[in-house]
Design a binder for this molecule. Sequence first.
Ligand SMILES: Cc1cc2nc3c(=O)[nH]c(=O)nc-3n(C[C@H](O)[C@H](O)[C@H](O)COP(=O)(O)O)c2cc1C
Length: 177
Amino acid sequence: MAKKILIISASPRKSGNSDLLCDQFTLGAWESGHNVEKIFLRSEKIKYCIGCGNCIETGKCVQKDSMNEILTKMVDADVLVFATPVYFYAMNGQLKTFIDRTVPRYREFKGKIYFIATCADPEQSAVEGTVSDFRGFLACATGLEEAGMIFGLGVWNVGDVVNNPAMLQAYQAGKNS
Ligand SMILES: Cc1cc2nc3c(=O)[nH]c(=O)nc-3n(C[C@H](O)[C@H](O)[C@H](O)COP(=O)(O)O)c2cc1C
């Protein structure tokens, strides 16, 4: 059955390494007949969570920006994909800011979630902090099932990931999603 897949791409670099892995995931998912939408966070207006707590009562954020619409798409999705570059051995600020703004509706998320991260460091240990950040989100969004992680290691410049094994892994994850 065709699934609704929503990809959140957090790199500020268009066609950057993590973004290219998102596109490989999309290719695989299309081949399996799924519907895919990618949201490029750089193109959206997303303010910081102000911690006011109003959303706990109302289910809506008091701030007017892109988030209410994106949250509706996340609740509707069968599969989520989060993709980030590693910045200072953590997820980047764009993805963290976005995750903080899921408070109004994260309890409604369901289905599978995949995680994509890229970094210049070639060691697998370089993504540990970033994975831990991601799992902190999953510890709260308990309706989501961690379905797979794809790491593009040893990639610095835009496009370095093209010859990396992560390309095939992302494609296959999309195909099996
Ligand atoms: C602000 C900043 C911080 C970074 N910190 C790290 C780091 O801690 N470890 C690392 O291996 N690479 C680090 N990098 C390199 C990026 O993770 C790498 O270039 C990645 O492939 C970028 O992904 P993108 O092309 O999707 O933006 C950093 C890059 C920037 C711009």
